[in-house]
Design a protein around this ligand. Structure first.
Ligand code: WTA
Length: 655
């Protein structure tokens, strides 16, 4: 624990001591957090009435629990997510800007007001109804960053349909699998995408995927580039503009039960098959609304910029639902941090006078490496809170962010959460928490984090301890099930340690009770904040006809946090390719099966893998070798063939 002891602690940031006054301060944090654990019914009942607009009020606040996996919040209530995110603000102030769309090309931006958003959401919702989409049906959204992505999410929600966004970096095979799994009949996409000056052939990926999705009847295509070579398939595909312009500009929102699903989002787990994590409506909206308000200290005229992609949970919660639940302006950013230059983020902040800025450590590390001059010339005085998410942030990156972006004036929030938690669960609060670089600090309302001994499952109490991170009681925005596989939900999250939600992360608690997230303890990798399962990559590699075995492990990387290192052995009779062309083939296999973001940094063809005598691959040994800790392997003499360890070390050292 020595490494946690002596870090500098940062007081409340200067801009948070001015107007507007922060919603939470140190003493209200402590008393409200205590109340949220002691009297959850009272605490959450009051907030749910204040922050959500209900068609039918709830009577019960909480039902079910971890023991039976039947968690439910506000069970008699009925409401509509799009009404909560759009209508109530549109009626009050139709001209307020809901979305700023900053296109890939600098200088090209558009604004959508709440009044316009209501019309756009209504028209698409009416069009979906005409296509036969009903309450409970799934709609696949395969869209790069554009305002229509937000409109699509909300249009589904308006009619009670369940959206399932597939990140537009996934390959056609991944898109196919997800489309088949959730039984979608409608897909929404673009002709092409633009990112960092490059064109992405979105529609042709959809076409390839849909060859094996017989249930899909309709494809709605947003015209982004207008490239005339993009073809519409007669009877199946229609342009977004044509579909929507026919429709009436109001669609009555359909009240749904609090516990009706709002969306499915696929995420990687320990096994090869991605899980369709299901979020319910009321609890999820409450969690995202409240965290935007309190973790980012959002006030009425703020402009919130989350630089994630809408294809991941961060985009769902902090581009779409959270900001819009607060009636503020949200940014939809189509480009990259380095296009056309490494000052793009800061140009955007200055141009739109962004007040909250939220990104991943990987971008911070990249921009830090590219030099201070890009950020130092920006003004950045509009910023109050700057956040980090997705992976542990190293103290050097934290301090750079604080100094060069926050100018030592802004609150830095290192926010810990997961696809499954729906919203942020461990985080500093800007007006309340003294921060320590590298620590996600304290639990949010309703979160009772515990560290468990991984062997015994017993709680590790006191400070200066480590364990696996689990949560004691249900909270409103937690996932309710895995689509069509509730058993898997129970086995992954609730059964490993009975009575707790298991995060899959290891963590430490320091002398002040602050929490430090240490990373996954399961077979999940985190590359540039993208979550990947080793099993998924291994099964892609094994689909190559020459590969006999594959073992994928993480290796540390200065920019992406972790990188993928793949060890493969070839079948005895395989005489196809030299190592070089084989590596290229294997990269292609992964790009086709998963997507380019899963490309390994190293692929090492080995004569054999370290195995126990019973044939189990010792990934632990490979992990150490890939992390340059090959001298700390301990005793390997019990392996089936100990000599393989040195051979693998040699191959790994060779670049
Ligand atoms: C990791 C992203 C350290 C963690 C919102 C978690 C973090 C996984 C942090 C979830 C953080 C997320 N510090 N690690 N502040 N935030 N993680 O589902 O390992 O894409 O389990 O959700 O990211 O990734 P997911």
């Amino acid at each position: 624990m020595a490494e946690y002891r002596e870090v500098q602690s940062f007081p409340i940031a200067p801009r948070l001591t001015q107007n507007p006054k922060p919603h939470v301060n140190d003493s209200t944090y402590k008393s409200d957090h205590a109340a949220s654990l002691k009297n959850p019914d009272e605490f959450w009942g009051k907030l749910a009435r204040e922050m959500l607009s209900w068609d039918v009020p709830f009577r019960t606040v909480r039902a079910g629990g971890f023991e039976n996996g039947d968690v439910a919040w506000f069970p008699e209530g009925q409401l509509n997510a799009s009404y909560n995110c759009v209508d109530r603000w549109a009626y009050k102030n139709p001209d307020k800007v809901a979305i700023i769309y900053e296109a890939d090309e600098p200088g090209n931006h558009e604004e959508v007001t709440y009044g316009q958003l209501l019309v756009q959401v209504s028209q698409l919702a009416n069009a979906l109804k005409k296509m036969g989409v009903k309450k409970g049906d799934s709609v696949i959204i395969y869209l790069p960053m554009c305002p229509q992505a937000i409109v699509s999410l909300l249009a589904c929600a308006r009619i009670g349909a369940v959206h399932s966004v597939v990140f537009a970096g996934f390959s056609s095979d991944s898109l196919r699998d997800r489309t088949v799994d959730c039984e979608a009949r409608v897909v929404i996409t673009t002709d092409e995408g633009k990112r960092g000056g490059r064109t992405i052939a979105t529609k042709s990926i959809v076409d390839a995927a849909l060859k094996e999705c017989p249930k899909v009847e309709h494809v709605i295509v947003v015209k982004r580039t207008g490239n005339e070579s993009v073809q519409l398939q007669k009877g199946r595909d229609q342009w977004w503009g044509d579909v929507c312009s026919r429709e009436r500009a109001f669609c009555p929102p359909v009240p749904v039960n609090s516990e009706d699903p709002l969306f499915i989002l696929y995420t990687s787990g320990s096994t090869g098959k991605p899980k369709g994590v299901v979020h319910s409506t009321a609890g999820y909206l409450l969690g995202t609304a409240l965290t935007v308000k309190h973790v980012f200290d959002v006030h009425e005229n703020d402009k919130f910029a989350c630089m994630a992609d809408v294809g991941w949970i961060t985009g769902h919660s902090y581009i779409c639902y959270g900001p819009l639940m607060n009636g503020v302006t949200t940014l939809v950013f189509e480009s990259t941090p380095v296009y056309p230059t490494a000052s793009r983020y800061w140009d955007v902040v200055d141009k739109h006078k962004i007040t909250q800025f939220y990104t991943a450590p990987t971008s911070i590390r990249l921009l830090r490496r590219l030099g201070e001059e890009h950020v130092n010339k920006a003004d950045l005085s509009s910023l109050r809170v700057i956040g980090s998410v997705g992976e542990p942030i190293n103290p050097e990156a934290w301090e750079w962010y604080n100094k060069h972006v926050g100018r030592e004036q802004c609150a830095i929030v290192d926010t810990y959460w997961q696809t499954e938690t729906g919203s942020i669960i461990i985080t500093p609060l800007p007006g309340a928490t003294k921060t320590k670089p590298g620590s996600a600090t304290n639990p949010f309302w309703g979160i009772d984090p515990v560290l468990l001994d991984p062997q015994t499952g017993k709680e590790v109490t006191g400070n200066e301890v480590e364990g696996v991170l689990a949560i004691r009681n249900p909270w409103p925005s937690m996932a309710r099930t895995v689509f069509n596989d509730h058993q898997r939900y129970l086995e992954t999250y609730l059964h490993p340690y009975r009575g707790y939600y298991f995060t899959g992360d290891g963590a430490a608690r320091d002398k002040d009770g602050y929490i430090w997230i240490k990373g996954r303890v399961d077979d999940v990798l985190n590359v540039s904040g993208h979550r990947l399962s080793t099993a998924e990559i291994e099964s892609a590699l094994i689909s190559h006809p020459g590969v006999a075995e594959a073992a994928v492990v993480a290796m540390p990387d200065e920019t992406t946090g972790q990188a993928i290192c793949a060890y493969v052995t070839m079948k005895g009779d395989y005489d196809g390719a030299t190592d070089d062309s084989l590596t290229k083939e294997l990269v292609l296999v992964i790009r086709k099966n998963i997507g380019p973001f899963a490309t390994p940094k190293r692929i090492i063809v080995a004569p054999d893998l370290p195995k126990t005598r019973s044939g189990k691959i010792m990934r632990r040994i490979l992990r150490k070798i890939a992390s340059n800790e090959g001298d700390q392997l301990g005793d390997v003499s019990s392996l089936a063939d100990p000599s393989i360890v040195d051979k693998i070390k040699e191959l790994t050292a060779k670049k």
